[in-house]
Design a binder for this molecule. Sequence first.
Ligand code: ARG
Length: 334
Amino acid sequence: MVRLSMGCGGAMYTESLVLTAAHCVSSTGNNTSITATYGVVDLQSTSAIKRTSNYVYRNPGYSTSAGGDWALIRLSQPISGAALLPIATTTAYDNGTFTVAGWGAATEGGAQQRYLLKAQVPFVPDSTCRQSYPSMKTAVEICAGYPEGGVDTCQGDSGGPMFRRDNAGQWIQVGIVSYGRGCARPNYPGVYAEVSALATAIQAAARDLGGNPDPDPDPGPVFENTNNVTIPDAGAAVSSSVTVSGMAGNAPSNLQVGVDIKHTYRGDLVIDLIAPDGTAYRLKNSSGSDSADNVITTYTVNASTEVANGTWKLQVRDVYSADTGYIDSWKLVF
Ligand code: ARG
């Protein structure tokens, strides 16, 4: 959690990128005017860590009918070791009870706070929220609050995170404080940018701004197959196996699949990871327009419903004629 000098909140997405609200920033481009204060509850604490911005990316869709109240602020120097808040990439956590936090007003029309406050607010379904805010954008907004009011975010909390625990017990960001009528009024819940609906765009922007969080900061055992397998041109699928043993329980939700395929037109290729029970996880689709060579990358797969031990396969099919190649090697990192 950070306080931003224009009077908003934000969450550390990477050590250099703060996720906040589009309405907290003016435009995309170089920007050295924002100070982020990190690591303290008391904004006047002498142990606060402060960083200046050097670039702002404001969701270009925010000012269109698409909406999406999010922006990324890049810091001129990373906050090394910062506690990062992963973003929700599925709607699985768009329900339940959320935590909200910020240094914004403690009551409608009240003063900004010196000490960070937090509160808990329940999810409000789109259909209910629409009755209060007929023009809310249900595709990219999520509401939270009690029918009787009394608990809410407020002015100055904007840009800060709304978060909860995921199924593994880890904190995950599901919302960004966006707007509301007054604060904590009955039947006027807070409206938040719906992070799961915006995650793909946030990740793409972060990539351009220097990178996304490490999907696997704590890599475990590696299982690899380095035997080459020829991929027939516009032919049948081929596969390469890796046998996993000695692992307890299920595979992780961030199973890393390292792929090294040499090919003269990678758009020809459809790639799947096949779990021991036969479940296929699509890693890559074909694309007639992607004429680049080779697929040398790491995919992250949520394999948490799969037993780890057994024979996993990388299955590759070339669906267009002309170019060819081979699986050079691939590996699973647990
Ligand atoms: N737009 C406000 C800000 O800039 C946040 C308002 C949130 N309001 C609410 N009732 N939840 O700080």
